[in-house]
Write a protein that binds this ligand. Sequence first.
Ligand code: MTE
Ligand code: MO
Length: 248
Amino acid sequence: MWSRRRLIGSLAAAPLVTGCDRLTYSEGFRDGLRAAEGLTMAAQRLISNRSALAREFDEADLSPVFRSNGTRHPGSPAYAAHAAAGFADWRLRIDGLVARPLALSMAQIRSLPARTQITRHDCVEGWSAIGKWTGVPLKLLLDGAGASPRARYIVFHCADDMGPVRYYESIDMVDALHPQTILAWALNGQPLPIANGAPLRLRVERQLGYKHAKYVERIEAVASLAAIGGGKGGYWEDRGDYEWYAGI
Ligand SMILES: Nc1nc2c(c(=O)[nH]1)N[C@H]1C(S)=C(S)[C@@H](COP(=O)(O)O)O[C@H]1N2
Ligand SMILES: [Mo]
C-alpha cells in the first residue's frame, strides 16, 4: 500500500537529477556520442540542443500582463465547483505505464520541491510573453510514480472541452525529464489564474505555446500515441493544424 506519508517522503527525497539524466547532461557522455561511429552531425546537434536549457530572464523583463490564449475558463459545472472550492478537491492523477498510480492534491503538489523560472512563451499565433513560473518538476512526479522504462511519451489530459473532445497534449521523454519542464501552480508569484490554466499547467520551455497544456488533471505515461485521441499526440495535431514536434 502506498500511503500518503510515504508518497510525500519519497517524492520529497527524490533528487532532481539522477541516473540517466546525469549521464545525458554530462560532457563525458556527449564526448562519447561525438566519437561514436555512424552518428551524424545533425543527430549530435539534435541531442545536445534538446537537453540544453531555455533562456531564463530577470524580473525586470517580465511582461506587464501575461495574456491568455485558447480556453480562458473551462465552462463545465464540475470545473466551476473546483474553482469555487479553491481547488481543494482537485486531484492530479498520474497513471499509465507507472508502477504506482498516484492521485495528488494541490496541497501535496505545493509541498513538493519547486522550481521557479522566468521564461518567454511563444505562441504560433504570433505573440510572446515573459512570465515567472513556479511548480514541481515533472521528473519528480514521474520518479515518484515509478514510470516504466517502456514509457516513451507523457500525455497531459486537460479539463477543458473543445467541442466533443477535450484538449490534450503529449511530449517525449527528452522533454519530460528536462529540468525546466514543470507542472506550474503559480504565475508571477501568485496562484495560477484560471485564464492561465489553474490549478496546474505544463511548462515545457523548449516547445511552442500550444504544447503547454493548461487545466491538467491527468498525466499518462504511454509507449505509443496511437490509441490516444485521434492518434497524433494532441488536440491541434489531431485536427491537422499544428505539428506534434514544436521545438524551439
Ligand atoms: N487545456 C488547454 N491548454 C492550452 C490551450 C487551451 O486552449 N487549452 N491553449 C494553448 C495555447 S495555443 C497557448 S499559446 C497557451 C496559452 O497559455 P496562456 O493562456 O497562459 O497564455 O496555452 C496552451 N495550452
Ligand atoms: Mo498558442
